[in-house]
Ligand binder design. Structure first.
Ligand code: FBP
Length: 529
């Protein structure tokens, strides 16, 4: 049997609460404090409480439901299990329930491109990676026309519920859609599900987004393998860039799993206001010290989002965006003196990338910047300047897309299945504007607690494109957290000693401490050895 078949046959464990679906009753627990500015935007959704499910008496569903689902944004392992969990729970509640998938993300909702998801179709997607069942997309529903078309679609499809699987922005969108439907007397309820490998959709209610665990384990396997290679050949420095558009959670998690020689964390760089030069000096110092100990090899982790945290780089990108938006061709001459100096020192390939590789809005595509190559170039220049005797033979590597669509780890497979089931229960309870929420994730799956958190309860006001906008807040790495402090204590030793760990591939069979492990950053009693 192939792993594909074995995974398709895997039956996710479920929280004890979810074994009694038809007996569960939604119960308002704590009310979240409201805010007058949010009340203006969400007059119908304000004053919602956290939902907990409690056991009641057995009751059958009054009528069947038709529920739509869509994926929004980048892939994250486990998405297909959100669909199967939703489907299985709805069918248990009422055998005539139907699930409709919107194709290629939010644009499928706007343009009513949909397909019915049936049991035989879903069977081959159980516990499989990726989002290919229905696809995903990054369309943002923001114009009046898009809202009106989405309303038309849910009415045409006769939807009782719509499940939006996405990150912070997509779930912000879900809240606005829920409010819009209520304002237009549309009975379709909207439920969000927390997705993103970046791990930055988390807060006091949401412990982690799905996909993070699989991505981190996939990258940690690669990093461990590279470390073994570094130790064996003893001739290369590997500069590894890790995905995570802004926050450095994935880099921190991988560092704790593997113990690299140097780890940059964007949030720390911003806090200490470290310049690009300082980071380069820090790396060059480690390289020289290791060289004196006879080690001309090593592993360096660089988070994808680092450039957004290095002050002068952030400034340079913002100036470039401004100039390019005005179609100014003599870009370099029009930069401020500080940015001009920084730009001049960049390798030609990166200069071209900054000027030519733009997103549909004309902005520099930060995620495409080859930071790993930038650091190699700058560190080589620094060592030359020092007349250093250290040998630097560097290899760039990017751990990115391969982490998003791998077979979901048991944690993600089970978390997603439970999230899908919880979404079904929230819809069954007539809730709208909520995010499915599973807590106590470090406990045994059976003891996980299910519930719903009001989407607007996670919102703050932020300046976006010069305007104050209500958004679900992105969670950055907390440098005061116990996990970060532990990392800080250990990294000096990791720099010089080869304390590498080799986690190997995600395990699906074997001892439960391997197959059911949860992200290190979730554990309060973590042990990085
Ligand atoms: P989401 O936040 O939408 O889940 O996507 C995260 C991510 O994988 C980032 O880590 C990465 O920077 C980005 O998507 C890449 O985007 P794209 O798929 O458009 O290249």
């Amino acid at each position: 049997m192939t792993l594909q078949q074995l995974r398709a046959a895997f039956i996710p464990k479920i929280p004890r609460q979810l074994t009694q679906l038809t007996k569960l009753i939604a119960h308002d627990s704590s009310f979240l404090s409201s805010n007058s500015e949010l009340e203006k935007l969400f007059p119908h959704l304000i004053n919602q409480a956290m939902i907990r499910f409690v056991n009641g008496t057995e009751q059958s569903l009054k009528k069947s439901m038709t529920v739509g689902i869509l994926f929004s944004g980048g892939q994250a392992a486990g998405g297909h299990n959100v669909v199967t969990g939703l489907f299985d729970a709805l069918k248990t509640l009422h055998p005539d329930c139907k699930v409709i998938g919107f194709k290629n993300g939010p644009s499928g909702l706007v343009n009513n491109q949909a397909m019915e998801l049936t049991a035989p179709l879903l069977d081959s997607y159980r516990n499989q990676g990726g989002f290919d069942l229905i696809g995903s997309g990054r369309t943002k529903i923001e114009t009046d026309t898009q809202f009106a078309q989405s309303l038309k679609t849910v009415q045409k499809q006769g939807l009782d519920g719509l499940v939006i699987v996405g990150g912070d922005d997509s779930n912000t969108n879900a809240a606005f859609l829920a409010e819009y439907f209520l304002t237009h007397q549309c009975s379709t309820k909207v439920i969000g599900v927390p997705k993103t490998i970046d791990g930055d959709l988390k807060n006091e209610f949401i412990e982690i987004s799905f996909g993070f665990d699989t991505a981190a384990k996939t990258y940690a396997e690669i990093i461990g393998n590279i470390m073994r290679d570094a130790l064996s050949a003893k001739k290369y420095y590997y500069f590894i860039k890790l995905m995570g558009r802004t926050a450095s959670h994935l880099t921190l998690e991988c560092a704790l799993k593997t113990h690299p020689n140097v780890v940059l964390i964007g949030e720390e760089v911003a806090e200490k206001k470290q310049s690009l030069k300082q980071l380069v000096v820090e790396i060059a110092d480690v390289i020289e010290k290791r060289s004196k100990n006879g080690k001309d090899y090593g592993v360096i982790l660089i988070p994808e989002g680092i450039v957004e945290f290095v002050p002068e780089f952030k400034q340079l990108i913002s100036e470039l965006n401004h100039l390019l938006a005005q179609d100014i061709t003599e870009v370099e001459q029009n930069l401020s003196d500080a940015s001009k100096a920084g730009f001049k020192d960049l390798p030609e390939s990166l200069k071209n990338q900054l000027l030519e590789d733009r997103d549909p809005h004309g902005n520099v595509q930060v995620s495409k910047i080859e930071t790993e190559r930038l650091f190699i170039y700058l560190v080589e220049e620094e060592l030359k300047k020092r007349n250093s005797k250290s040998k630097l033979s560097a290899q760039p590597l990017f751990c990115g897309y391969e982490g998003r669509s791998a077979y979901p780890s048991n944690f993600d497979a089970q978390y997603c299945y439970a999230l899908g089931m919880t979404a079904a229960l929230l819809l069954n309870a007539g809730k709208t504007g909520y995010m499915a929420c599973i807590q106590r994730l470090t406990a045994q799956v059976e003891d996980w607690e299910i519930g719903g958190v009001p989407l607007i309860g996670m919102m703050v006001f932020e300046t976006r494109k010069g305007k104050q906008k209500a958004v679900i807040q992105k969670a950055l790495v907390d440098t005061k957290s116990a996990v970060f402090q532990e990392f800080s204590k250990k990294r000096a030793a990791w720099a010089l000693e080869d304390d590498y760990l080799f986690p190997g591939p995600i395990q699906f069979f074997g001892p439960s401490e391997l197959t059911d492990s949860v992200p290190v950053i979730l554990q309060s009693n973590f042990n990085t050895k």
